[in-house]
Design a protein around this ligand. Structure first.
Ligand SMILES: O=C(O)C(=O)[C@@H](O)CO
Ligand SMILES: [Mg+2]
Length: 269
């Protein structure tokens, strides 16, 4: 089986955020990821990780005005100073938490501008951020997100992300391949895993059932099969990343919390 990280922004909604670390460790997770650490002091989060023997494997850079609907700053012309400050803040947390990956959300296409118009801003921002992150050995993730969950998001497809990586030209910028988004936008998920993992340009995977974004064993994707594909391809190409469990528990919500819905994780292959 691949290595799984608990996404603490979505799992364990029945607990306060800081109590989700202990719950994840109790359920056998060795690693966690979540959207944003910024509401907490780095040392408070580092203490939770240490107390429960967990690794932090991913979090997101500040995305702009999240409550106001913003979903990242990277593609927004004129917001470069804010983008740079956001990366600075993310890298300070990454250092304190020993976290090797930061997800840099692309952002929504500004009114009246198309992809081609904002692409130079996106590429220039990522080049700058990649150089900063490289100094402390951090990799930056870019994630294609489906247009139903986030209409107007700049980055939607795996091929688009890999083309952008080629333009950015920095080895520490990689794709966060979320199979939930990939299935909704593109499908053919097993073949995309076979194609993209061996390129060395996928830095992180994430999973959820499709279409409701519940447990991986609810919905149209056969994750038991896909985990077999990931294991097979990883053995061939040496991919050794983590898979973030980024779903809203449904079974658990009905009976016994998130832990009760983790049967898919503990099932022998
Ligand atoms: O929504 C997702 O998928 C993510 O991975 C988040 O980091 C961005 O909303
Ligand atoms: Mg995701």
């Amino acid at each position: 089986m691949p290595r799984f990280a608990a996404n603490l922004s979505m799992l364990y909604p029945e607990l306060d955020f800081l109590d989700r670390f202990e719950a994840a460790a109790r359920d056998g997770f060795a690693a966690v990821e979540y959207l944003f650490p910024y509401a907490y002091e780095p040392r408070e989060l580092a203490a939770r990780l240490a107390a429960h023997g967990l690794q932090q494997v991913l979090f997101n850079a500040p995305p702009g005005n999240w409550d106001g609907g913003e979903k990242g700053l990277a593609c927004l012309p004129g917001r470069e100073p804010e983008f740079r400050a956001a990366i600075g803040s993310a890298l300070r947390y990454a250092e304190a938490l020993g976290c090797p990956r930061v997800h840099v959300m692309a952002g929504l296409l500004p009114q009246g501008l198309d992809r081609a118009a904002v692409q130079p801003t996106y590429v220039a921002n990522l080049r700058w951020a990649a150089a900063e992150a490289a100094r402390q050995n951090v990799a930056l993730m870019i994630e294609p997100i489906n247009t139903r969950d986030i209409p107007g998001f700049f980055l939607n497809r795996q091929d688009q992300a890999h083309q952008l990586l080629a333009q950015v030209g920095a080895p520490n910028v990689k794709v966060q391949m979320d199979l939930y988004h990939c299935q909704i936008v593109e499908g053919d998920v097993a073949m995309k895993i076979r194609h993209y993992l061996p390129t060395g340009r996928v830095g992180h995977l994430q999973i959820a059932g499709v279409p409701e974004r519940h447990e991986p064993d609810i919905g149209e994707l056969n994750y038991a099969y896909l985990f077999g594909v990931i294991d097979e391809v990883s053995a061939q190409c040496g991919w050794d990343g983590w898979i973030g469990c980024e779903y809203r528990p449904a079974r658990g919500a009905l009976a016994g919390g998130t832990s009760a819905g983790l049967g898919w994780l503990n099932r022998p292959a």
